[in-house]
Design a protein around this ligand. Structure first.
Ligand code: MRU
Length: 335
């Protein structure tokens, strides 16, 4: 099965996610500007997949003779909210000080580590959600959003692989419809039961306990436990709290930003008005003013736990996240 992002000798191959589920098309990226364009247009999306893609973008840029500093700025800022992009680009750029081949090694290592992180999130999540059969998720956090089995959806895949009962309620995730177009497609392909709901049905679904928990991904987590994820996540967290349901956020430690103390320091990307005025290519609204933040901030107090590749982090998050970040710095062996 084609992965969302793959390196092939001297170029990248990515699944064009703007065309799914209608067409499964693989796009060749041969230059750093191809990579910037693919990330900005959401051909490649999901914080971990974007990070991996950006890392290889640095290698492609070096092959074009583009100065490293320019590559870091141009690729690193293609999308601002997810922590993984800037982190991966800077990591590959540091390796590039020792030559292009070292840069490629580092980009390949990031890809491998991302895949492994997904597996560990899946296992930790499976244990944490052992008693839960029905989960509601938002956006797409699966094979298309990472180079492995995914984060929140990785837990779903891990449960299914272990023979646990699992059913997913997926929100459609306006305006770009990652839930309807990508999550519903991915899970259907995998033979996992999925029910699609409009975003506006989430309150009714949670209040009536059609699910046992909400599990979402993360784009950037601050030291406090406030975190950015696809717009609509905050509303789901409030609804989970008022409905008495657990609310989990799953993601690799590469999405945790040691430099952001609280959510107020996380930059929120605003995207084109046309994403809201249109559904696909169909115009649904007049030339009206639009506000289109791609992400929102969920405050730490609404989070039951973070399911990461280092384990399950529980409140108080300033302590558990601080400890996890310190373990990473020390290079402590992963469990
Ligand atoms: O705009 P997108 O589709 O890149 O947003 C993706 C999300 O918000 C995901 O939840 C997040 O990146 C985690 S993906 C494993």
């Amino acid at each position: 099965m084609q992965a969302a992002v793959e390196w092939r000798d001297d170029h990248l191959e990515v699944i064009d996610q703007t065309l799914l589920p209608g067409r499964l098309e693989v796009l060749k990226l041969t230059s750093s500007s191809d990579v910037v364009d693919a990330i900005a247009r959401m051909v490649v999306r999901g914080a971990p997949a974007i990070g991996v893609c950006g890392g290889f973008g640095v290698v492609l840029g070096l092959d074009e003779g583009i100065p490293l500093e320019r590559l870091v700025v141009e690729i690193g800022s293609a999308r601002p909210t997810g922590a993984n992009l800037r982190w991966a680009v800077e990591r590959v750029a540091r390796a590039a000080q020792d030559g292009r081949d070292r840069a490629l090694d580092e980009a390949l290592t990031i890809l491998r580590e991302d895949r492994e992180a997904c597996e560990r999130i899946g296992e930790f999540g499976r244990a944490e959600l052992a008693s839960m059969r029905r989960v509601l998720t938002h956006c797409n956090t699966g094979r298309l959003a990472t180079t492995g089995i995914g984060t929140a959806l990785g837990i779903v895949y891990a449960k299914a692989a272990a023979g646990d009962e699992i059913e997913v309620v997926a929100t459609e995730t306006r305006p770009a419809l990652q839930g309807a177009r990508l999550t519903a497609w991915e899970l259907t392909q995998a033979g996992i039961p999925v029910t699609l709901i409009s975003d506006t049905a989430a309150g009714a679904a949670l209040a009536s306990h059609r699910v046992d928990a909400v599990v979402v991904g993360v784009d950037r987590v601050a030291r406090s436990g406030d975190f950015a994820n696809k717009v609509g996540t905050y509303a789901l967290a409030v609804l989970a709290r008022t409905s008495g349901l657990p609310f989990y956020a799953a993601g690799p430690m590469t999405s945790f930003d040691p430099a952001a103390v609280t959510g107020a320091e996380i930059p929120i990307e605003e995207r084109s008005s046309d994403e809201v005025r249109r559904v696909g290519s169909a115009a649904i609204a007049p030339e009206v003013a639009v506000w289109n933040p791609a992400f929102d901030i969920t405050p730490a107090e609404l989070v039951t736990a973070f399911i990461t590749d280092l384990g399950v982090l529980r409140p108080p998050f300033s302590v558990s996240i601080g400890d996890a970040l310190q373990n990473l710095d020390r290079g402590t062996e992963l469990p």
